[in-house]
Design a protein around this ligand. Structure first.
Ligand code: FE2
Length: 373
């Protein structure tokens, strides 16, 4: 490994980190400090917590663990531990705010780049945290994923205008209603090389029966039809317009939901009920993964699956149990794909998202499946 290659690799990582940070700061740029500190919902952290947590995660893994340095603010880290501090408590924590928060983000990043400068993150590294730059990929993914969490909160901010060209689009019109997938053995999960989370590994074969899966996700029009027919609850942020129709009130707007856009902000229970009403069912996460390359409109809304969030056979927690392992069980349902608010870098085919079946603040929609024939 020549020094040039090592430096070029480290520079590429530094550029990606800088780009992610620009996006984070762009999202909160339209807000004042009061809005950044405000608790809008017990389900979501104040933005100041997310921002401090992003910097603290970076400090913990890069500056302290990899760089062997002391933290900037002593015990502050415990207030940014997501497991120790449920979202409902985060508004009350003595976290950094305003100018102190901005300095912390900058000072941690400065130290991160100092540590990065001295590292060899090549494929030959013995330390699995450093090999192929794992810890930097993890950090980058973490910040990008928190941008989506922040966008969930930003749906509650009246008058907030998205500073990026993102949002849902009409679903693809042309094509068959469903895609047929033959029975057989399918490889699922992330390959051993390249960045992925522990819960995506090991890659393994699963046996699937023949099934059909919808080519496109469920639209707002189809979901409205379901509500009219069954009296089902609306998606989060929808309200009656007073004339028998619906308006979407996210970000303080009052606009009718676009009929041909994918429905978002539905719970697993709503998704499951919709699928049954239409004579279908939710796909399993492995059916979804097996059909991934053939599906239209992936990346507009997370798609609820019928699968519980479980460990793959041979699972090994890495680099810490609290990322995945503590969530395994029948309490959480798996979502696949990505939403309009997900950075494309996060949306690997093997990526598994998970949440409680009653949750609607996430950008989750529906795609239906059924047994073949
Ligand atoms: Fe986090």
């Amino acid at each position: 490994m020549t020094a040039d290659t090592k430096e070029a690799r480290n520079q590429a990582i530094a550029d990606l980190l800088a780009e992610a940070r620009r996006r984070t700061l762009a999202l909160v740029a339209p807000l004042d400090d009061e809005q950044r500190n405000r608790v809008y919902s017990p389900l979501l952290s104040p933005l100041a917590w997310d921002l401090g947590h992003i910097a603290n995660f970076e400090e913990l893994w890069l500056v302290q663990t990899v760089g062997g340095r002391e933290p900037l603010h002593g015990e502050l880290g415990r207030f940014y531990d997501a497991i120790e501090n449920p979202r409902v408590t985060r508004g009350e924590l003595p976290i950094l705010r305003d100018e102190e928060l901005r300095s912390y983000l900058e000072e941690v990043r400065e130290r991160t780049l100092e540590v990065l400068g001295g590292l060899d993150l090549g494929p030959g590294q013995e330390d699995p945290l450093l090999r192929d730059g794992f810890v930097y990929e993890m950090l980058l993914a973490h910040e990008l994923q928190h941008q989506e969490t922040m966008l969930q909160l930003l749906q509650l901010v009246d008058g907030y205008e998205l500073p990026l060209p993102i949002g849902t689009q009409p679903v693809s019109a042309a094509g068959p209603e469903t895609i047929a997938v033959a029975a057989g053995s399918y490889e699922v999960g992330a390959p051993p090389e390249g960045f992925a989370y522990d819960n995506e590994r090991p890659r393994h074969a699963v046996e699937l029966g023949a099934f059909e899966i919808d080519r496109t996700p469920v639209t707002n029009a189809a979901y409205t039809e379901f509500m009219d027919a069954t009296g089902a609850e609306p998606p989060d942020y929808w309200q009656r317009d007073g004339e028998g129709g619906w308006i979407d009130t996210a970000r303080g707007r009052r606009e009718p939901p676009a009929p041909d856009h994918p429905v978002v902000h539905v719970s697993w229970q709503q998704a499951d009920a919709f699928a049954r009403w239409s004579g279908k069912r939710l796909p399993t996460e492995f059916e979804w993964e097996a059909a991934r390359e053939r599906l239209d409109d992936v990346g507009q809304a997370w798609e609820w699956t019928s699968s519980d969030f479980l460990a793959y056979p041979g699972f090994e927690a890495f680099p810490y149990r609290e990322y995945s392992e503590v969530f395994f069980g029948d309490e959480y349902k798996v979502l696949r794909g990505a939403s309009w608010a997900t950075h494309p870098r996060v949306a690997r085919p093997s990526f598994r998202n998970w949440d409680l079946p009653q949750r609607r603040q996430i950008f989750a929609g529906i795609r239906c499946a059924r047994d073949a024939g």
